[in-house]
Design a protein around this ligand. Structure first.
Ligand code: ADP
Length: 630
């Protein structure tokens, strides 16, 4: 090491990811090479694109290359490219920090699932995967258009150093000092094969065949006989334009890994060629795991744009709507101009047409998957349904198609589509009943469902915050209105099925005493009314709402966003048939007792609704008093 080398600490997240890389055992260490070749190919793309707007950078397509050089004697592998390179500052920030959203969550998940080290593939740690096979890594890089090169060096132990490098021209050499084996454990694989030309050739062909720049393989220990005969290892064929019948199926998955850095196999592949006035190819994938940043505002989008086989940009948001952000893949247009920019794409009519075509194709693929492979589809829905549902509001043109794709938890059938719900309606039932807000378990136990369960009427249990946004905007499915079971004014249709008639007694003065007590008790003042319920069977009380019900979950959401919370019109419903209510209503009228009953019933309603009690100390005090009184 250069004695003038300056030492730096990795950012703490980067340090933790590195530690995981070094100490976990990987089922497939080969992928380090794919990651380094991907980065080299990206660096060449970056140079080509920058050279379009910066005349001082000259990019020569024929000279662009990636070289993998092994030196068995020194136990090193070097991956070189003559792409964009990195400045000193870029080496520090690109290789010393992780800027991805969701890093903290990823590290926590990794730590929890110690054994499942393949989780790391989901995160796409790229360069750091070098440390799976190497105990020392050096990066010698010279940024295009600059005169100096810098050498980054680390043993993955929390620090790295920087000193002057020795690259004579732009680009990057990444050198891995290959370890003996994966860990001190004798059982783990030995890495000596990585120093064999034959092994590396196989790995490159398998993982990086479609990389669009030539990859040369070179063994320092061999004498070169004829330079001119040198052939790239990869075929460089764009997989998406080849006829499907000619592509070995495994290659599609390898391309997916190359593109996404996800080590898992995708759940679904979509191959599409649009012909006519706007020709384009699309090769799209649905991952078998949601990305960690699915619900981050700045999370990555999955589509890369190519124009006539030339890579243009990653993360092309204009080609796929937000609600399909989990779809990964490439779109290759025959008709867009090569010098297209993000700004032009935004207003371009061709782009909009491509986007429409892609949406149609993806939704249609999902429709088929739902009918042909329902189990796979359920998995898909569990992972991506919440995102897809955003489309019900965001994409009115495809609203009906998306609603048909939606699955919901329900009180009676476990999980159902809207179509399934409607076909299982009770005679006389017109509405689609739902209960919104919170997790499925507390929802399923809500007292508001009792009368529906009693009558055999199914109720959708809507867990996701987005549900309370699309329901009010859509209002009905197939002419069946959505009706909240939290709504005060509800008529339960399908009466014919009812097992036990729930009597709603005439008010004998008990309700008016409770009403007076509500008005006089500060913590209960926000309750607008109290009445006997026709929806309760086993629980003593519940809260319902007049007007459009807004769940407590949604109220908290509005609050956390600093938005105005819609006014709440709470009604306390009590169960006349419940022993507690019967007992109270039969006792002698006494206004101080009425206050106690009101506090108690309101508290019980909150508890059975799974909500905090408005004035817990008053509730406790009243409960104690009533218990002592016997
Ligand atoms: P990712 O590729 O997912 O961004 P990596 O950890 O693989 O993450 O790389 C981090 C960054 O380092 C890259 O985004 C890129 O800017 C830079 N980088 C890595 N390898 C190279 C290379 N060969 N040439 C130029 N820049 C590189």
């Amino acid at each position: 090491m250069d004695e003038n080398a300056k030492s730096y600490e990795f950012q703490s997240e980067a340090k933790q990811v590195l530690e995981l890389m070094i100490h976990s055992v990987y089922s497939n260490p080969d992928i380090f090479l794919r990651e380094l070749i991907s980065n080299a190919s990206d660096a060449l793309d970056k140079l080509r694109i920058e050279s379009l707007s910066d005349e001082t950078l000259d990019f020569d397509r024929d000279g662009a290359r990636i070289t993998v050089r092994i030196s068995p004697d020194e136990r090193t592998i070097t991956v070189s490219d003559n792409g964009m390179g990195m400045t000193r500052d870029e080496l520090v920030s690109f290789l010393g920090t992780i800027a991805k959203s969701g890093t903290k969550e990823f590290i926590a998940a990794m730590k929890e699932a110690r054994s499942n080290s393949d989780l790391i593939g989901q995160f796409g740690v790229g360069f750091y995967s070098s440390f799976i096979v190497a105990d020392r890594v050096t990066v010698d890089s010279r940024k295009a258009g600059t005169e100096e090169s810098w050498l980054w060096e680390s043993e993955g132990d929390g620090t790295f150093t920087l000193s002057p490098g020795s690259r004579a021209s732009r680009g990057t050499d990444i050198t891995l000092h290959v370890k003996e084996r994966g860990s001190a454990d004798e059982e783990t694989p030995e890495f000596k094969n990585y120093l064999s030309r034959w092994t590396l050739r196989e790995i490159i062909k398998k993982y990086s065949d479609f990389v669009s720049y030539p990859i040369y393989l070179d063994d320092k220990s061999e004498k070169k006989t004829d330079e001119a005969k040198e052939e790239p290892v990869n075929s460089m064929k764009a997989i998406w334009i080849r006829p499907e019948s000619e592509v070995p199926p495994g290659d599609y998955n390898e391309f997916y890994h190359h593109l996404t850095h996800d080590w898992e196999e995708p759940m679904e592949r979509i191959i599409y060629k649009a012909e006519g006035t706007n020709e384009f190819y699309a090769l799209l994938y649905i991952p078998s795991r949601p990305p960690l940043d699915l619900f981050y505002r700045d999370g990555a989008h999955g589509i890369s744009l190519y124009i006539r086989r030339v890579f243009i940009m990653n993360d092309c948001r204009d080609l796929i709507p937000e609600y399909l952000r989990f779809v990964r893949g490439v779109v290759d247009s025959e008709d867009l101009p090569l010098n297209v920019s993000r700004e032009i794409l935004q207003q371009d009519a061709l782009t909009a047409m491509i986007k429409r075509g892609i949406v149609r194709k993806v939704l249609d693929t999902l429709r088929k998957m739902k009918s042909d492979r329902p189990d796979d589809y359920k998995k898909f829905w569990g992972m991506f349904g919440e995102a897809l549902k955003e489309g019900i509001v965001a994409d009115p043109k495809n609203r009906d198609a998306i609603m048909k794709l939606a699955l919901f938890s329900s009180s009676k059938s476990g999980q159902t589509s809207l179509e399934g719900y409607v076909s299982n309606m009770k005679p006389g039932q017109k509405s689609v009943y739902y209960l919104a807000g919170g997790k499925a378990d507390p929802l399923a136990n809500s007292p508001k469902l009792e009368a529906f369960s009693d009558r055999g009427v199914d109720v959708l249990l809507l867990r996701d915050p987005i549900d309370e946004i699309w329901i009010p905007s859509v209002r009905e499915y197939d002419s069946h209105p959505f009706v909240s079971v939290s709504s005060a004014d509800i008529e339960i249709e399908g009466e014919a099925e009812r097992k036990d008639e729930i009597e709603t007694p005439k008010d004998d003065g008990f309700l008016s005493r409770l009403k007076d007590a509500l008005k006089e008790t500060d913590s209960l003042k926000q309750i607008e009314d109290v009445r006997y319920s026709s929806r309760l069977v086993g629980s003593p009380a519940t809260f319902v709402q007049k007007g459009e019900p807004v769940s407590p979950q949604m109220r908290n959401f509005f609050k956390s966003m600093g938005q105005e919370v819609p006014p709440e019109h709470k009604v306390l419903e009590i169960n006349a048939a419940h022993p507690i209510v019967k007992k109270f209503s039969s006792l002698e009228p006494d206004s101080s007792q009425a206050r106690d009953w009101a506090v108690l019933l309101a508290g019980l309603a909150s508890i059975s609704d799974g909500e905090p009690i408005a004035d817990a100390p008053a509730f406790m005090e009243t409960l104690e008093k009533l218990l002592q009184r016997g």
